[in-house]
Ligand binder design. Sequence first.
Ligand SMILES: NC(=O)c1ccc[n+]([C@@H]2O[C@H](COP(=O)([O-])OP(=O)(O)OC[C@H]3O[C@@H](n4cnc5c(N)ncnc54)[C@H](O)[C@@H]3O)[C@@H](O)[C@H]2O)c1
Length: 416
Amino acid sequence: MSNQNELSRRDLIAKTAVAGAAMAVPSFVFAGSQAQIKVGLIGCGGRGTGAAQDNIEADSSTVLWAMGDVFPDRLNGSRDGLKKLGDRYKVTDDRAFSGWDAYKKVIESGVDVVILTTPPAFRPMHLKAAIAAGKHVFMEKPVATDAPGIRSVMESSDIAASKKLSIVAGTQRRHDFAYRGAMERIHNGDIGDVVALYAYWNQGGLWMNPRQEGWSDMEWQLRNWLYFAWLSGDHITEQHVHNLDVCNWAMKGHPVKATSLGGRQVRTDKAYGHIFDHFATEYEYANGVKMLSMCRQIDGTASRVSEHIVGSKGTSNAQSIKAAKAWRFEGDRTNPYVQEHKHLIASIKEGKPINEGRQVAESTLTAIMGRMSAYTGQEVTWEQALNSTESLIPANLGFTALETPAVAIPGKTTLK
Ligand SMILES: NC(=O)c1ccc[n+]([C@@H]2O[C@H](COP(=O)([O-])OP(=O)(O)OC[C@H]3O[C@@H](n4cnc5c(N)ncnc54)[C@H](O)[C@@H]3O)[C@@H](O)[C@H]2O)c1
């Protein structure tokens, strides 16, 4: 797990019991005859297990129907944990799947909604299959690790829109009432014109699973997916996408170019794959406004995870406003990890699809553009990033030999 839920979880069983008792049978367009929304989980790790609980907590009409993971031990560990959902847990042995095609079997198991929480490398493939099968989707960020993946997610999102399917992304700040309130005010001009933005995800190192006897290269990489760019996108993509997404939200668009530096100064052992441990990027938006971005995963260094937006008449930390019209959120700031599922399920019931697919694809590409610039040491434009033909995903997925890519060297690594 790269980043566990940041907010404390209330007692799920007590909450769902209360919610169930209080629930009146809704009249919704969804599936007319059935008041039950069947949810399938694909990728049963830390976040997937958490997202399944959040979904159940969000709405009393959902049930967890099927689960799938490439590894049986991850599937079974998550199943054990989720049994506490009581009668909302409906995953029978014949609807619990492992292996590379587990995602297909979950999609075919009769579910209405799928939760996609594998490492991001597989998101484009899983989203495409889910949308083709007519399923609503909750998908974790980031949503790809390379440009072909981004283009695929954009295409699937457009198909989802034409099919009136909902796609909610795990950029939970977009569902947090404090962020939403601040952003509404920024867009209304309460801090004047936005003149500069700052985005940070600086922290220590994350978990690593030492290699075990008998693991193929593929198994080792999958169980240490954070450290391989094909799987995670590097940490600028895997974690920092949250902060970049907030800045894009404030700007109502994506940057047009990036100049980035970075390297691998401390986490140099091969146990940590080939990714960098720090990046700093200057992004520029179409109107010339710049965003400074930093991210670091180095133990013993100062932590900072935040966004700052500077306007001509005030400033914002994206959750409150410091200006003549100052504002701070007051009230019940629902756990955004639950709120994002409330928004998803409400959109399905009301027949008013939410589609965050393109938005999260653009924020993911913002991160990838920064990585491309840091790896090559060159300025990279949005068009270059979006049109890159470099596919990082191995052509054949199987438990086989798989080389660790060389660490990128700015000035030598080229943009493809
Ligand atoms: N929004 C947030 O705050 C937040 C927090 C944590 C993680 N995440 C995101 O959630 C995703 C999962 O992260 P995690 O921390 O749960 O990782 P994890 O390693 O705990 O879980 C990933 C799971 O996916 C499984 N998996 C890998 N490849 C698969 C495949 N091809 N088919 C099926 N299953 C496969 C793994 O076996 C594992 O069980 C990542 O994209 C991560 O960035 C988001």
